[in-house]
Design a protein around this ligand. Structure first.
Ligand code: CMC
Length: 428
């Protein structure tokens, strides 16, 4: 491979391909002409070696445990900024000035209400419906209400749809929770912060005043920051793929929500907490570690391992610290936190986890905090979806703005029957 060319020999001839460099991270070999020149495809199930796009949003170095949004380390953003600031950064590329931030926050606040007719949708669901099932349906339905922001060729409409999605997601998620517990929906209030407003819409009841606990508000805001974007993960790639056909943003985000629901992705925080509950006490940990290592047992340590991080997930570090802050403020203790700390300690000293570079990921501790705040486990993934919406819309917008954008259309290695003639049913 030369500086900017790579040569591939497919067994019949050598083909030269360009090599593209980003600002940081591995170079990529541009294989777009490969099929035209060789008649062969590349084969990469799970996209472990394939870059699907250019992106200037998020950078991850999984070996070093680095996560940058627009160049800023996640630890600094989580400690020093707010979720609103991170949303602005993701959408606009730069941190906002004080004026830009207050203008942006006002814009988001003014979009938090949902069309009143949308609340009727909720009654169509069973009370015990999973919030993610409701989110998929209701977010998809937004495109039936906001026709004035579905023209994807108009940058202004794209901006409005992005603001609407970020603003309405807390309202939609809180309504899903209220519906499941049989309480009335709580309307948003414009004098509260984005996160404070969400807490109130979730936990307030008309019978009494609700006061937002600033430590809880800060912790949840930080959790939102930690989940804001994560490069070309499964749900983001789903949003991009759905959007590549020209589908409207509300439909694309609904597709992302559906993908996020899976236990290997956003559903892992729910699964991690359920696992910690099942383990119960630290003396039972060795049994579960043995199960996780057993090739014949499908059990995995939930909240452990990551496709990209082969080091401590930087988000897990912030999350662990946040658990302690929330516990101190709420004056609660949770034996599951002790179990989690011990499980982490034992797993990280076990050669199986060391050799496979399996470390706690963001989901290992998030469930413990969310549970202490009062969220039922079924809401965990809905909170993830709420926070990830900014990443999804920013990635979607980046794709639509790219003049070289094409419909996503992977190829395949066909392994089915070769052509054969139809046999009438009477002769089979
Ligand atoms: N417990 C036990 N063994 C594991 C685990 C685990 N949590 N994760 C991976 N392994 C083993 C796996 O069995 C495999 O072993 P071998 O090479 O002997 O076959 C090896 O490690 C590599 O695993 P993989 O499944 O090929 O790796 P992957 O990159 O495809 O999977 C993952 C990544 C996140 C799906 C996986 O680590 C996992 O299932 N973890 C548990 C679920 C979880 O916590 N997901 C949250 C991800 S972070 C939030 C997000 O970004 O959505």
């Amino acid at each position: 491979m030369s500086d900017n060319l790579a040569t591939l020999n497919d067994g019949t001839k050598a083909i030269t391909m360009g090599v593209k460099s980003g600002t940081i991270g591995p170079d990529v070999i541009d294989i777009r002409k490969l099929y035209a020149e060789t008649g062969k495809f590349t084969y990469d199930p799970g996209f472990t070696s394939t870059a699907s796009c250019d992106s200037a949003l998020t950078y991850i170095d999984g070996d070093e445990g680095v996560l940058l949004h627009r160049g800023y380390p996640i630890g600094q953003l989580a400690e020093q900024s707010s979720f609103m600031e991170v949303c602005y950064l993701m959408l606009n590329g730069e941190l906002p000035s004080a004026d830009e931030l207050s203008q942006f926050s006002r814009t988001i606040t003014r979009h938090t209400m949902v069309h009143e007719q949308l609340s009727v949708f909720y009654r169509g669901f069973r009370r015990d419906a999973h919030p993610m099932a409701i989110m998929c349906g209701v977010v998809g339905a937004l495109s039936a209400f906001y026709h004035d922001s579905t023209d994807i060729s108009d940058p202004e409409q794209r901006k409005i749809s992005a603001h609407r999605l970020i603003a309405k997601m807390p309202t939609i998620a809180a309504m899903a929770f209220k519906y499941s517990v049989g309480q009335p929906f709580v309307y948003p209030r414009n004098d509260l912060s984005y996160t404070g407003n969400f807490l109130r819409m979730t936990f307030a009841v008309p019978a009494e005043e609700y006061e937002v606990n600033p430590v809880v508000e800060r912790a949840l805001d930080r959790i939102f920051i930690l989940h804001a974007d994560h490069e070309q993960n499964a749900s983001t790639s789903t949003v991009r793929l759905a959007g590549s056909s020209g589908a409207n943003p509300f439909a694309c985000i609904a597709a992302g929500i559906a993908c996020l629901w899976g236990p290997a992705h956003g559903g892992a925080n729910e699964a991690a907490l359920n696992m910690l509950k099942e383990i119960g006490t630290p003396d039972r940990i060795p049994h579960y570690i043995a199960r996780a290592k057993d090739k014949n047992d499908p059990f995995r340590l939930m909240g452990f391992g990551h496709r990209v991080y082969k080091n401590y997930d930087p988000r897990a570090t912030v999350m662990q610290k946040t658990v302690r802050e929330v516990f101190e403020s709420l004056k609660v203790t949770d034996p599951l936190f002790e179990t989690a700390l011990r499980l982490e300690e034992l797993a990280l000293s076990d050669p199986y986890f060391i050799d496979k570079k399996l470390f706690p990921n963001v989901d290992f501790y998030s469930g413990i905090i969310l549970s202490a705040i009062g969220f039922p486990t079924t809401m965990f993934t809905a909170l993830f979806a709420l926070a990830r919406t900014v990443g999804w819309v920013a990635q979607w917008n980046e794709m639509i703005s790219d003049p070289g954008q094409k419909i996503g259309r992977p190829r395949q290695l066909y392994t089915g029957p070769v052509q054969r003639d139809y046999v009438p049913v009477s002769e089979r």
